[in-house]
Design a protein around this ligand. Structure first.
Ligand code: FAD
Length: 392
């Protein structure tokens, strides 16, 4: 299908990439990109990193305004899709109905708001507007409490410490970034943040937010005049669900990233897809997943190919001077092998599942290449090389 109208709901990282990839693949028909936020599509990763330091919002735009005219992509920002009528193949925007031949759902996620009394006092960090508000708040000396020791909370904490603010991170789990990194890597990052002067409360979540600060599970109060809520996200699945598409912690798609409706794909943060390695349903919150999904979907729509999605997951997080990079996807119980000061390999039995590195781009790239192979080296093979990925 190279001439029909493709409508994309969500003008974030993945939605924009889908529009671009459709044109690159030779799609000749109209493309409409609908985004609820105002302004040009922008990158979120710098919001918890560089942007907090520099405030340079203009650097965040993924493409300049002229790009959309040049590529004949109709960009409708500040516009929310309200409903999908699958039988009539229409997207409803307020009173307007927009016909589609193919629909891509790229609606992303929003902050998870846990049922903690007073949580509405906390600020979030998801959008450029959120980041602007936080940057303004950081202009004066603050006592900061961060709810959640995941990537975003820790990146924010590291920047706040460089500005000299008092920072406490409260995490319900017994270790940092527990969902995604090995216990060994969690421990390293705990040391880093303590060395930066951040107080870590591990296994001690926030139970209440008050005008004075936050109350922890152990009953103590941490005084704070700025509270960041960074306790995870929930996928924006309501549109899909109301349209009768299966949803289970995300919009369920098959190996071709198609929903139960062959005219509708879903991608990125909002999509649950079968992990190419294990087949287990996963939902990834990463630039890699959003952009690789988008490229694969464009190929399917334009070329009619039926190839299963096979991207190797990868991710990065910048915390103070450390760049953490993760290639692959480990399950929480996977075993760890530590190599040197900066690398942890994860294994499920004999299979290499992920490689975590600190400030080692070469090793990270090598790991991505290995994990993309049809038959990556087994644990025994790697052990024989002292787990040196550069040799394997
Ligand atoms: P998004 O980019 O979130 O875009 C979804 C868009 O859909 C939103 O603009 C939303 O407003 C819009 N939308 C939703 N519903 C509707 C509707 N009904 N109608 C119209 N529009 C709608 N990833 C990394 O890999 N590395 C990092 O270091 C990293 N750092 C991050 C730091 C921060 C502060 C944040 C918030 C995220 C970070 N991420 C990082 C995650 C990464 O930004 C996301 O995984 C990526 O943006 C997902 O792309 P997406 O297209 O699925 O969703």
């Amino acid at each position: 299908m190279t001439a029909g109208h493709v409508v994309i709901i969500g003008a974030g990282q993945g939605g924009l990439q889908a529009a671009m990839s459709l044109r690159q693949e030779g799609h000749a028909g109209p493309i409409t990109l609908i985004g609820a936020e105002e302004g040009l599509p922008y990158q979120r990763p710098p919001l918890s990193k560089e942007y907090l330091k520099t405030g340079e919002a203009e650097k965040l735009a993924l493409r300049p305004a002229g790009f959309f005219d040049k590529k004949e992509i109709t960009l409708r920002t500040g516009t929310r899709a309200d409903a999908i009528d699958r039988a009539a193949r229409l997207v409803r925007l307020g009173g307007e109905a927009l016909a589609y031949d193919h629909l891509i759902l790229a609606t992303g996620t929003r902050n998870l708001v846990p049922p903690i009394p007073g949580v509405e006092r906390a600020l979030g960090l998801r959008t450029l507007d959120d980041a602007r508000a936080l940057r303004e708040a950081l202009a004066a000396p603050r006592r900061i409490a961060v709810i959640g020791g995941g990537f975003i909370g820790l990146e924010f904490a590291a920047v706040a410490r460089t500005f000299g603010h008092e920072v406490t991170v409260a995490e319900m789990a017994p270790r940092l970034m527990a969902r995604v990194v090995s216990p060994e890597m969690s421990a390293r990052f705990a040391r880093l943040h303590r060395d930066l002067g951040t107080t870590l409360e591990l296994g001690n979540g926030v139970t209440k937010v008050t005008a004075e600060g936050v109350v922890l599970a152990d009953g103590r109060t941490v005084a704070a005049d700025l509270v960041l809520l960074a306790a995870g996200v929930r996928p924006n699945t309501e549109l899909a669900e109301a349209a009768g598409l299966p949803v289970a912690n995300g919009i369920v798609v098959d190996a071709q990233l198609r929903t139960a409706d062959p005219h509708i794909h879903a991608l990125g943060d909002c999509a649950v897809f079968p992990d190419p390695q294990t087949g287990r349903p996963v939902r990834l919150e990463s630039v890699q997943a959003a952009t690789d999904h988008a490229r694969a979907i464009a190929k399917t729509i334009v070329g009619g190919t039926d190839e299963p999605y096979a991207g190797v997951p990868w991710f990065w997080s910048d915390q103070a001077e450390w760049k953490l990079q993760i290639a692959g996807l480990a399950a929480p119980g996977d075993e760890s092998v530590t190599v040197g000061d900066s690398t942890v390999l994860r294994f499920a039995g004999d299979r290499l599942t992920a490689v975590e590195t600190i400030n080692d781009a070469k090793m990270h790239m090598r790991a991505r290449k290995l994990l993309a192979q049809d038959a990556p080296p087994t644990r025994d093979m790697l052990a024989a090389e002292n787990y040196d990925l550069t040799i394997a």
